[in-house]
Design a binder for this molecule. Structure first.
Ligand code: UDX
Ligand code: ADP
Length: 471
């Protein structure tokens, strides 16, 4: 199946599918790329005239969508047609943690992936290369293959694993200049040819030596392992932050001292209120589930501790706010700067802000939020979902959610506040007039810097009580 690929279809127009396909279309002008989704509103937003309305915010994305859309980049809800005309189909749908049944709270929910495989099996009108892009448990390719085979199709399917390593907020830059591209395929002639077809696409702009090919299972497991290692670094430094707070050491100084060791390296050592995002927690839970399934509980416990530490870090931050505000936040105005799980994205999945907000709402605080990119509906949805997960009934959830106030400007969000908490590291927060903010706040005025981005000395000189993560 070493085909020259002229048409690509990507099922799933989300944070992975959208930017990845936009970059492929931008780099490979001879390939038509169609991104399809069952969510009509999402597709409408991808097609909207006003580029500010694209459903995914990523620096540099608007420009490439504007450049390629309608030329060789298309967004559509017609999944069948896109499958018909494509030689290669990427599956880029969401794989959230299961919220029901066997593996609840641990295993990845593969219902969306399975549905895609069935649709491809039903609609295929020729041989197809199917590429797993979503993060999936090891051996999912096997399930996709079984479903495709049992669809009774007379055509051949090659299944490749091509995990995404882009980080949100830098997705376009990561896609343009990846550390590596990983492609897993079968060690058969047809498998190798399919791998070559995909290698040739990436080789248009990625140096060959950065394109790694492996068997399918190694590729699947590498994705989980990469995220587990990255998250482990953050939980490690966050564990040290708790110790710093007790001992008077400064976690940023410790991070910089250990990062100078080239074996450790300085990246990904920023202590924070905790990690968020759609990948880390989900992938580690997935890994834990696999280990338990395969009868290696010691290994499962090892990885699970990363999640436990992250939960501890988030709740420690909430407790610090409550303790500092004289053990009660009831009726107090607490301003949140940031809601996204990191800067330069509008994605809020697993954002620490949601957890801290729910902790404080439970103590009846009033939360006033400003985030440059997140919409008010999303914030309310996030909070209601977590409160319901925590066992609150509908009426109480609605009552607590009514204590949320979302702003489109930062200063009104902090006016007459008792405390400001920084939950996302947006650059603009460092440029604010903190003297003016202090004057308009209730005294004593507190700042809880959950990202350690503000100038602590300056804030303290201004009069603030400042708490950073890790001393
Ligand atoms: C991650 C992986 O980096 C990426 O390779 C994979 O494809 C998807 O998962 P992403 O979740 O988009 O990417 O962002 P990332 O930059 O990894 O940040 C994840 C979380 O960790 C964020 O909440 C971030 O604020 C936090 N973080 C990151 C820290 O708290 N400290 C750090 O030093 C780095
Ligand atoms: P990710 O971060 O993995 O890209 P998102 O939730 O942002 O996750 O995007 C996944 C997209 O996949 C969503 O827009 C969702 O509507 C879409 N999707 C899920 N199942 C299907 C399906 N069977 N067919 C088409 N699109 C799907």
């Amino acid at each position: 199946m070493n085909k020259k690929i002229s048409n690509i279809c990507c099922i799933g127009a989300g944070y992975v599918g959208g930017p990845t396909m936009a970059v492929i279309a931008h780099k490979c002008r001879n390939i038509n790329v169609t991104v399809v989704d069952i969510n009509e509103q999402r597709i409408r937003e991808w097609n909207s005239e006003n580029l500010e309305n694209l459903p995914v915010y990523e620096p540099g994305l608007n420009e490439i969508v504007q450049d390629r859309r309608g030329k060789n980049l298309f967004f559509s809800t017609d999944i069948a047609e896109a499958i018909h005309k494509s030689e290669m189909i990427f599956i880029s749908v969401n794989t959230p943690t299961k919220t029901y049944g066997i593996g609840k709270g641990m295993a990845a929910d593969l219902k969306f992936v399975e549905l895609c495989a069935r649709t491809i099996g039903d609609e295929a009108n020729g041989d197809k290369i199917v590429v797993e892009k979503s993060t999936l448990p090891v051996r999912t390719a096997e399930s996709i293959r079984t479903i495709l085979k049992s669809a009774g199709s007379k055509y051949e399917f090659e299944i490749l694993s091509n995990p995404e390593f882009l980080a949100e907020g830098t997705a376009v830059a990561d896609l343009y200049n990846p550390d590596r591209v990983l492609i897993g395929g079968d060690n058969t002639d047809a498998g190798k040819q399919a791998v070559d077809s995909l290698v040739n696409i990436y080789a248009t702009w990625v140096p060959r030596e950065r394109i790694i090919t492996t068997n399918v299972w190694s590729s699947e497991l590498s994705k989980l392992t990469a995220n587990a290692f990255l998250a482990q670094r953050i939980s490690s430094i966050n564990a040290v932050s708790a110790l710093c707070e007790k001992t008077g050491a400064n976690v940023d100084e410790v991070a910089s001292a250990i990062g100078a060791d080239s074996r450790i390296g300085k990246k990904f050592l920023k202590s924070s209120v905790g990690f968020g995002g759609s990948c880390f927690q989900k992938d580690i839970l997935n890994m834990v589930y696999l280990c338990r399934y395969f009868g290696i509980p010691e290994v499962a416990d090892y990885w699970e501790q990363i999640i436990k530490l992250n939960d501890y870090q988030k709740s420690r931050f909430s407790r610090q706010i409550i303790n500092s505000l004289f053990n009660t936040v009831s009726g107090k105005k607490i301003s949140f700067l940031g809601w996204a799980f990191k800067k330069d994205t509008n994605d809020t999945r697993e954002s620490p802000a949601i957890y801290v907000a729910c902790d404080l709402l439970t103590d009846r605080a009033e939360i006033h939020i400003y985030d440059p990119k997140v919409r008010a509906e999303q914030i309310s949805k996030d909070v209601k979902y977590l409160l319901e997960q925590r066992g609150f009934g509908k009426t109480e959830t609605d009552e607590l959610a009514a204590l949320l106030h979302v702003y489109t400007e930062p200063y009104p969000a902090m006016d007459k506040a008792h405390a400001v908490a920084v939950l996302t590291e947006w650059d603009e927060f460092c440029t604010y007039d903190w003297k003016k903010i202090y004057e308009n706040m209730k005294k004593p005025a507190f700042v809880f810097d959950g990202r350690n981005i503000l100038d602590r000395d300056y804030l303290e000189k201004t009069g603030f009580n400042v708490k950073c993560v890790g001393g």
